[in-house]
Each structure stands twice: as C-alpha cells, then as structure tokens.
Design a protein around this ligand. Structure first.
Ligand code: AP5
Length: 212
C-alpha cells in the first residue's frame, strides 16, 4: 500500500507511522527524519537547511522532492510505503503525482488534531539523541526520566519544538499545507480521522478505516 500521512505538526504522523509499518510491512519515509540526518553534516547546504528548519519554515521544494524521489526508488519502497511530511504544499503534491505516474497513492490519511493538543504534544516531546525514538514527558514518558527505553541514551528536545517555532510551524501548516486536504479529497483518496485521542485509540481507528 502507498500511503501519505497528512496533518499538522504534532498530530502524531510519526507515531502512527511507526505502528503502521508493523501492520503494513512497508517502510516509513519521513522527510523530517531525512532532513534531520542531512543537517548533521558540515556542508553549506546542511547549514542553510538547518537554519530554515530551526525557523519552522519549509525547505525548498526542489531539494525535498529530489530526496523523496531518490528514496522512493529504493528496493524496499517497491511494495509500498508510508510517506510522512511530504507533500507539504500543492506544488509538492503535483511533483509526487509525477514521480508516481505508474503507481499512484492508494490513500491519504488526514490526522485531524486541535491546536491546543498539538502545542501540548510538541512542547512536551523528547527524542532520543542516538536512536531517534520519540517520547512525551506526560503522554508517553520513558521508564527512566530523560533516558531512552530502547538504547539508554539521553533524551533531548528538538530545536524546532520551542514554543515560538511551534507557533510558526502551525502557521506554515495552515497557510501552505492544509490546502492539501481539499486537493486529495477532490481526488477521492482522503481518509480523515480525529487524532486528538490516545495513540492506541487513533491506531485502532486507523486500522479500521484501512480495512474498509
Ligand atoms: P517534520 O519532522 O515532518 O515535522 P512535522 O510535520 O512538524 O511533524 P512532527 O514530527 O513535529 O509531528 P508528528 O505529526 O510526526 O507527531 P509525532 O508523532 O512526532 O518536519 C520538520 C521540518 O522539516 C519542517 O518544519 C520543515 O522545515 C522540514 N520539512 C519536512 N518535510 C518537508 C517538506 N516536505 N517540504 C519542506 N520542508 C520540509 O508526535 C508528537 C508528540 O506527541 C510526541 O511526543 C508523541 O509522543 C506525542 N503523541 C503522538 N500521538 C499522540 C497521541 N495520540 N496522544 C498523546 N500523545 C501523542
């Protein structure tokens, strides 16, 4: 299955994708994760992208599209994928349609979440410095405070999860990304569900709508 996860920052796209890969047996492709790996380098491009991400703005379409196109050509994506964080505007959606001419998207899952919920989730999110596992200080705390359950490394706050940057990211989502809801609804492939509830409840609903 070829799935796109759509929704505001903090809706739980990454969390649900990690659960869904077990069920669908396809890779989770997150442009945010790919970009965060890229900005670890020392090149000029890494510095430029880091600056854009830290401001909560969108990285240029050409760069992200090239990354997605390369990733989708890998063998593991031939049987399907869960795309998280791309497309993020109409231009990227059209580019994705071009990349996938022979094998279009099966479903776009729109995780609808309210603003106060996503602000609380993002400002409380902590990620493992080493393996990238995701936690939340209240909703999904690690067993030992500040340490990853999976590998024991330190948990840190993402630089774009500071309150000011979170507001900027939500603004960018409303102005540039939310128009994709109508775009995919008009194509007849949008599946919508409320993502305000607990993660396991959202996951159960997600499986139910995928089975229909
Ligand atoms: P990206 O990494 O894609 O960030 P995002 O879309 O803002 O999404 P998040 O990862 O913040 O949220 P999520 O919905 O995955 O929520 P999560 O599951 O982690 O992008 C980062 C940046 O990269 C962008 O700002 C941009 O600069 C750049 N970028 C990326 N793609 C791009 C593109 N296509 N074009 C241009 N630029 C691009 O959950 C959040 C927290 O809530 C966690 O702590 C989790 O534990 C908790 N949680 C999740 N679900 C629940 C639940 N149901 N109940 C309680 N807690 C929950």
């Amino acid at each position: 299955m070829r799935i796109v996860l759509l929704g505001p920052p903090g809706a739980g796209k990454g969390t649900q994708a990690k659960l869904l890969i077990e069920y669908l047996k396809v890779p989770h492709i997150s442009t945010g994760d790919i970009l965060r790996e890229t900005v670890k380098g020392n090149s000029d491009i890494a510095a430029k992208v880091r600056e854009i991400m830290n401001k909560g703005e969108l990285v240029p379409d050409d760069l992200v599209t090239q990354m997605v196109s390369l990733r989708l050509k890998k063998e593991d994506a031939s049987k399907g994928f869960i795309l998280d964080g791309y497309p993020r505007n109409i231009s990227q959606a059209k580019r994705l349609d071009e990349i996938l001419t022979d094998k279009p998207i099966d479903a776009v899952i729109y995780l609808e979440a309210s603003e106060d919920v996503v602000i609380q989730r993002l400002t409380g999110r902590r990620v493992c410095k080493k393996c990238g596992a995701n936690y939340h200080i209240k909703n999904m705390p690690p067993r030992s405070e500040g340490l990853c359950d999976a590998c024991g490394a330190e948990l840190i706050q993402r630089s774009d999860d500071q309150a000011d940057t979170v507001k900027k990211r939500l603004d960018v989502y409303l102005k540039q990304t939310s128009s994709l809801i109508d775009y995919y609804n008009n194509e007849g492939i949008l599946l919508k569900l409320s993502a305000d509830e607990d993660s396991d409840v959202v996951y159960r609903k997600l499986i139910e709508i995928l089975k229909k």
